[in-house]
Design a protein. Structure first.
Length: 342
């Protein structure tokens, strides 16, 4: 009788490599965050405390990925920034409601475990968590041969935050004559990459030959947590919006109360070089504004009397500036003027 030597490894799944990766994560977190008490990385679940200095805590949860920016990382074989993007996309959503990031988990699904690639990604995740003041408490790595092509993978992030009920940012706090402030983005962040890749393909542009594109297309998403939470704690903002897919119009619309409108002057937007480069490739103004952040990564809505108090919380590269005002109106977002792309 022939004995068939069937093993999980022969099917394409290497549990030993996965175990090594979990061990690496555990050691990396201990080294980077220097925690004496370490969370349950490798266990079935993680247990954490809710901060006891919050009188009436409310939990806020978010999840997101980095989209097809992953394909740019694959082309350039550079993975040390997309982990930062992964954290940023979720924690920047949490702070829209005034929540301080508390916990983060990641999910990585991949054709075959590549320790060098995964270690590079997770280092970015750890950096993003440390910068955001939240703890990487666990995650999942799934080796999925047959589902993903050779070298392909996807990542997702899950963030939990906490906010005192009295400090929750909601539509009711936004009033007529409030001003709308733009906080600059660091670049494309993690949106619009399918259109970017389409242009690269149609124009036959090799990003490996362009120092500008290699830098810009993998520039990590700006994390706005520290600045915004300071403003929330000091009651200096009435509302805010994370400018992601859908651009200014779609994301600001989500926070505007009924019978009020965000009146935005497009002439005031300060664009970045990467958006000027994309505009030159033949994208309409409408598609630019609908697809990309166009230089505005986050928006604050504040009382006019608080504007001068906010500036000091931001570094010179990310100083907020006025792009509009809250007025009475039926259409929640109204654009005036045109973006000065060049």
């Amino acid at each position: 009788m022939n004995k068939k030597n069937f093993t999980y490894k022969k099917s394409g799944v290497d549990i030993n490599s996965a175990d090594k990766f979990v061990e690496f994560i555990s050691l990396a977190i201990k080294k980077k965050i220097n925690k004496k008490k370490f969370s349950n990385i490798g266990s079935f679940g993680s247990i954490s405390d809710i901060p006891n200095n919050i009188k009436n805590p409310k939990i806020v949860a978010c999840t997101d990925g980095v989209g097809t920016k992953i394909e740019i990382a694959n082309i350039l074989k550079k993975y040390d920034t997309i982990g930062i993007d992964l954290v940023a996309m979720s924690v920047n959503d949490l702070i829209v409601q005034g929540a301080k990031p508390l916990l983060f988990l990641d999910y990585i699904s991949i054709n075959k475990i590549d320790l060098l690639k995964l270690k590079s990604i997770i280092k970015g995740v750890i950096w993003g968590c440390k910068y955001s003041g939240c703890e990487l408490v666990g995650g999942e790595t799934a080796e999925m041969p047959g589902t993903y092509e050779k070298g392909k993978f996807d990542i997702a992030g899950f963030a939990i935050g906490v906010v005192d009920k009295k400090k929750i940012l909601n539509k009711n706090k936004i009033k007529k004559n409030d001003v709308i402030l733009a906080i600059p983005s660091s670049g494309l962040h993690s949106n619009g990459y399918s259109l970017v890749r389409y242009i690269l393909d149609k124009k036959k542009i090799d990003i490996k030959k362009s120092t500008f594109l290699k830098t810009e297309l993998l520039k990590p998403t700006k994390i706005y947590v520290n600045e915004v939470i300071e403003l929330v704690n000091k009651n200096l903002i009435n509302g805010c919006a994370h400018i992601t897919g859908g651009g200014l119009a779609d994301n600001i619309e989500r926070i505007i109360p009924d019978k009020l409108a965000a009146d935005i002057d497009l002439n005031k937007i300060r664009t970045l070089k990467i958006f000027k480069w994309l505009k030159q490739k033949g994208i309409s103004d409408y598609q630019m504004l609908k697809t990309f952040n166009c230089g505005v990564g986050f928006c604050l809505i504040v009382s006019p009397s608080n504007f001068d108090k906010i500036d000091k919380y931001f570094s010179n590269s990310f100083k907020p500036y006025v792009i509009g005002k809250i007025l009475v109106g039926k259409k929640k977002v109204k654009f005036n003027g045109k973006v000065n792309w060049f």
